[in-house]
Design a protein. Structure first.
Lengths: 438, 293
């Protein structure tokens, strides 16, 4: 029986050895001669390969400079979660050097002093190389740049051409100076709504969120969430008219799906499955419109507007250098490498990152970012949208206010409160959050 | 009359054909069981069929009962977009090592609590059980700081070592089982000159096989499905486990249902195989250790 003790010790030793040897820490190679920069990337599976391809190209350029970008994948389903996790890592003293974050988070990042001021470095870029105008977004504050765009996302009207053909309705206009009006869109939506229950097809869907409502209010001559005095403009007539427009489609025409309809099946999933004729959504779905939809032809048009001149809400995610990095200059070199034509092309080929801000890539005819399946009008609508973008007025209290406004939005969408009351509630929330942050 | 036909007398003889007596209670039980079966099977069916559908067909109304056309594109994409293969290996490695560690440490502690008499045994045992009442989330930050100082962040060690060292639930389950084993076995072995370690390995372990299999299965599934630990401790996607990969198909812009369901189908294969292999012991273990509800 004595032979059991050694056998037991052997089992314990094997278990401990296996856990240590099989652990990646044990196998991590030491690369002391390199300056390794850590880049935490948000872990959206459909986007990661694109960003990783861009980083791989950037690393090729950085090799002679002895700089290497190491990506970390931050598992998060929203940018809020990503920012929380990265903030926790920074607070815990984890070495993060560069990053990429949504525009909505930038004011908070800047306010908390988490981003390096890149103003002096940005002189390395010229207007011939990049669209410098896109640099002035939420990452640009008090004449200082704290981030550089990783790409531009904006809103488009996607529509199902087959449904329009079947209903004998002319396609919505691709001309952003003379687009379909909100009244026309409502009429089209009514005509395109068919059936009842689970098989119902809806005419129109769009989110009446704070980031999107401005594109309708501004087209009517109103303000984009905040007026000139910085006060909430959601109760002003142009914004209320936009809310009423949504309300009429939800309640009177029933041509727009309600939150109960989109709780599980999102508006975009409805559109993809041919159950929605028109949807106003971002260019983040462009790759899906280009590659996933085979059952019908997708058209692109100007976002509906009050008087014909259309606006498109714009979202510019940023590359940044995290404050506290020990390698600020190398981090800038890394961002320049990510901005190279090769790296940006690698990203664009995967259909990720929105519209590139590197001119040579967007203008590359061989690359054909838009895709051959779209008509000349669709391409025109896509490219012209960039001349009609409207920056979302992000500030340090916007993200928190937005979350809280969204929490009460369902009360209106489900018919418990009127559009006017909802607008008032939203302004009260904004005032409260703004007051609390002061 | 054909060769297949039977003479009328066969059916007239009631003793040859036994029709079950109509029993309302049984009918109701079968209806309830059928409803439970449907609620269990339908999500599983939806998961499998969705994983085989084209993206645009997933939410088509009326829904296609069978994917038409069926495609394995979602499965290919799951492996192309994310390191699913590496995640499977990582998850299996973590679950297997942590499970064997749990079985070893829990069974030794359970043996001590069940069969060795020492002072404050019960107080210690109840103190041990009290640790089950502390939610894992409460200890997450201190653990993160500890593992960070040990240099274990972005390694699999925080996901294996704690489970290998202590598992109050496992100790409780095995102690309950061991309490049911007569002390006469141990006394006889002691008379033969066996030490506690020898009794533990030679007598208790073979007798505890059903309970060990049950605990092993619970432990494997717990580690296999662990989401919070990997989420906090892992940063590099080549170190990721299966639940993190599955979660990556949900994004700020929506959920990619086809990919999510394909990943979920892949993820259930190892636990399903394990359950099928250990089913006999599992039922026995649950019944004998008093876990049955």
């Amino acid at each position: 029986m004595k032979r059991f003790a050694p056998r037991f010790m052997l089992v314990v030793a094997l278990l401990i050895a296996a856990s240590l040897v099989l652990s990646p820490a044990a196998a991590a190679p030491a690369r002391a001669e390199l300056t390794e920069l850590v880049l935490p990337l948000i872990g959206f599976a459909t986007e990661l390969p694109g960003w990783q391809a861009a980083v791989a190209e950037a690393n090729k350029l950085l090799e002679p400079k002895n700089i290497h970008i190491k990506t970390q994948t931050v598992t998060a389903t929203t940018w809020d979660e990503y920012y929380q996790k990265v903030s926790a890592q920074l607070a815990a003293g984890q070495p993060l050097d560069i990053g990429r974050i949504a525009e909505s988070q930038m004011p908070t990042v800047i306010k908390k002093g988490q981003a390096v001021d890149l103003t002096d470095y940005i002189k390395d870029f010229t207007d011939d190389q990049v669209y410098l105008s896109t640099f002035k977004n939420a990452a640009y504050q008090n004449s200082h740049y704290y981030g550089i765009p990783s790409g531009v996302y904006n809103m488009l009207l996607y529509y199902n051409k087959d449904m329009f053909d079947k209903a004998g309705i002319a396609y919505p206009s691709a001309d952003w100076n003379n687009g379909i009006t909100m009244d026309q869109a409502r009429e089209y939506a009514k005509k395109l709504t068919k059936g009842e229950g689970a098989t119902k097809t809806f005419g129109f869907a769009a989110g009446p969120y704070m980031a999107f409502i401005g594109q309708y209010a501004v087209s009517a001559g109103g303000a984009n969430v905040f007026n000139k005095d910085g006060q909430c403009a959601l109760t002003e007539p142009e914004s209320v008219a936009a809310y009423k427009w949504f309300d009429s489609m939800l309640r009177d025409d029933k041509s727009q799906p309600r939150p109960t309809d989109t709780k599980v099946v999102s508006a975009w999933d409805m559109f993809k499955s041919g159950r929605l004729a028109m949807t106003v959504d971002g260019t983040w779905f462009f790759s899906s419109a280009k590659n996933d939809i085979k059952g019908f032809k997708v058209g692109i048009a100007a976002v509906p507007s009050a008087k014909g001149k259309a606006y498109s809400s714009q979202f510019v995610d940023s590359w940044l250098v995290w404050k506290g990095t020990k390698h600020e200059k190398e981090a800038w070199e890394a961002l320049k490498a990510i901005y190279s034509v090769d790296a940006t092309k690698a990203l664009a080929k995967k259909g990720v990152g929105g519209i590139p801000v590197v001119k040579a890539v967007l203008e590359d005819k061989e690359l054909d970012i838009i895709g051959s399946q779209f008509s000349a009008d669709d391409k025109k609508a896509f490219l012209e949208s960039l001349n009609h973008t409207l920056a979302v007025p992000y500030n340090e209290f916007y993200a928190e206010a937005d979350t809280k406004v969204n929490q009460v939005m369902d009360n209106w969408l489900l018919g418990t409160v009127t559009p006017e009351d909802f607008a008032k509630q939203a302004c009260d929330i904004i005032a409260k959050v703004k007051g609390a942050q002061k | 009359m054909t060769s297949n036909s039977l003479s009328p007398g066969v059916f007239q003889n009631r003793s040859l054909v036994r029709w079950p007596a109509f029993n309302l209670e049984m009918v109701l039980i079968y209806i309830v069981l059928l409803l439970v079966l449907i609620t269990t099977i339908v999500p599983f069916y939806w998961m499998v069929t969705t994983s085989l559908k084209m993206d645009e067909a997933i939410f088509r109304m009326p829904p296609d009962l069978l994917p038409s056309p069926a495609t394995i594109n979602n499965y290919q994409q799951v492996f192309d977009l994310m390191p699913m293969g590496a995640a499977l290996v990582n998850s299996i490695k973590i679950a297997v090592i942590a499970t064997f560690g749990t079985l070893l440490s829990s069974s030794m502690a359970a043996y001590a609590f069940a069969k060795i008499k020492f002072r404050f045994r019960n107080v210690l045992f109840f103190g041990f059980l009290a640790t089950m009442m502390i939610p894992g989330q409460v200890t997450l930050i201190p653990l993160y700081i500890l593992f960070s100082r040990l240099g274990w962040i972005d390694t699999h060690l925080p996901l294996m070592v704690p489970f290998m060292l202590i598992n109050a639930y496992g100790v409780f389950l095995l102690r309950q089982f061991m309490m049911g084993i007569p002390d006469a076995y141990i006394e006889a072995a002691r008379l033969d000159g066996a030490s506690h370690l020898q009794i533990y390995f030679r007598i208790m372990m073979p007798l505890c096989k059903p309970a060990l299999v049950t605990l092993g299965l619970f432990s494997f599934l717990g580690n296999w499905n662990n989401f919070l630990g990997p989420l906090i401790f892992l940063n590099t996607d080549s170190n990721f486990t299966v639940p993190l990969i599955i979660n990556s198909f949900r994004t700020a812009y929506g959920t990619n249902w086809g990919l999510l369901m394909a990943a979920a189908c892949v993820a259930i294969i190892p636990p399903l195989l394990l359950y099928l292999l250990a089913q006999r012991f599992f039922v026995q273990g649950v019944a004998l250790s008093g876990l049955r509800g």
